[in-house]
Design a protein around this ligand. Structure first.
Ligand SMILES: NC(=O)c1ccc[n+]([C@@H]2O[C@H](COP(=O)([O-])OP(=O)(O)OC[C@H]3O[C@@H](n4cnc5c(N)ncnc54)[C@H](O)[C@@H]3O)[C@@H](O)[C@H]2O)c1
Length: 258
């Protein structure tokens, strides 16, 4: 950025969900003000979903709104968090309670960055990916079943297909209902239970791990209420187990031992 003639600074904060707070937002805003940034600046959010959610919220309120660009470096951020314009911070009560709908000007997904992610983070991102397949695209569900092994070896074609399909599914929904007045709620599949579990685990569970439990639990409810066939539920749970979500253990926790 500097070589290209832009004034720029790095604002870094402690990694992890526990940093996605109003306190961190204030700390970064104060640092930006101190460095002299005004309304003609732009935020580049480089990181996972915690960074893109927090940076987007800062961009939405700094100087009454400045542009921001997401550069997603986790599978989860590429699959979901960096696209769609939901920005927020957590509070002690629950996740994402304070925030804005505020769209990034551009989103970059760099699949090369996935290679340095711990396996647990890859599995976490796969939960959002499986969620998209379940809610929108049966072909994608089949694709994931057949190509799960190649995700772990970072096969370029498979990773690109996953990145593109995730974006396409999310973008298609968001374009029809940006502010979640109806349709966009489908993107919350698994999240009603997942977010509650994420919060009570005190963030020891990653977002995607809690979501995987939420998806399995909501599939069980859907089956009980007659919205999902038992065979479909089994397929869904089978796919959720593939990325090693420690599901058997986690499902026992919610009183069910598949
Ligand atoms: N806005 C939305 O629509 C939306 C959707 C889904 C999830 N989310 C949010 O996303 C967050 C979870 O995102 P996440 O899973 O990316 O978490 P994260 O941002 O905490 O990143 C996970 C960990 O990976 C590290 N990391 C990032 N990139 C790396 C890389 N390339 N190599 C090695 N380590 C790397 C981070 O420092 C962090 O420790 C949650 O806060 C969730 O609420 C938002």
């Amino acid at each position: 950025m500097k070589q290209a003639g832009y004034e720029s600074d790095l604002f870094v904060f402690q990694a992890g969900e526990k940093s996605k707070t109003r306190k961190t937002k204030e700390m970064i805003e104060d640092a930006m003000l101190e460095s002299g940034y005004r309304r003609d600046c732009c935020i580049l959010a480089i990181g996972g979903g915690v960074v893109t959610d927090l940076a987007g919220f800062i961009a939405g309120t700094y100087g009454r709104g400045i542009p921001f660009i997401n550069y997603a470096t986790t599978l989860l951020a590429a699959a979901d968090a960096s696209v769609g314009g939901k920005t927020a911070v957590d509070t002690p009560l629950a996740t994402n309670l304070i925030g804005l709908f505020y769209q990034p000007k551009k989103v970059y997904l760099d699949i090369a960055t996935w290679q340095t992610l711990p396996q647990r983070q890859i599995a976490s991102g796969l939960a959002e990916t499986i969620k998209h397949a379940c809610l929108a695209d049966q072909d994608f569900f089949e694709y994931l079943k057949q190509h799960m092994d190649q995700i772990w070896t970072f096969d370029k074609d498979v990773c690109e297909h996953i990145a593109r399909t995730n974006c396409k599914i999310k973008y298609t929904v968001v374009m029809q209902d940006e502010r979640e007045t109806g349709l966009r709620e489908i993107l919350n599949l698994g999240h009603t239970i997942g977010r509650a579990i994420e919060t009570v685990s005190d963030y020891k569970l990653l977002h995607g791990e809690a979501l995987a439990i939420g998806l399995a639990a909501e599939a069980e409810l859907a089956c009980q209420f007659g919205y999902l066939a038992k065979a479909e539920q089994d397929e869904m749970v089978q796919l959720l187990k593939e990325p090693d979500f420690r599901l058997p253990f986690l499902l026992i926790l919610i009183g069910k031992s598949w």
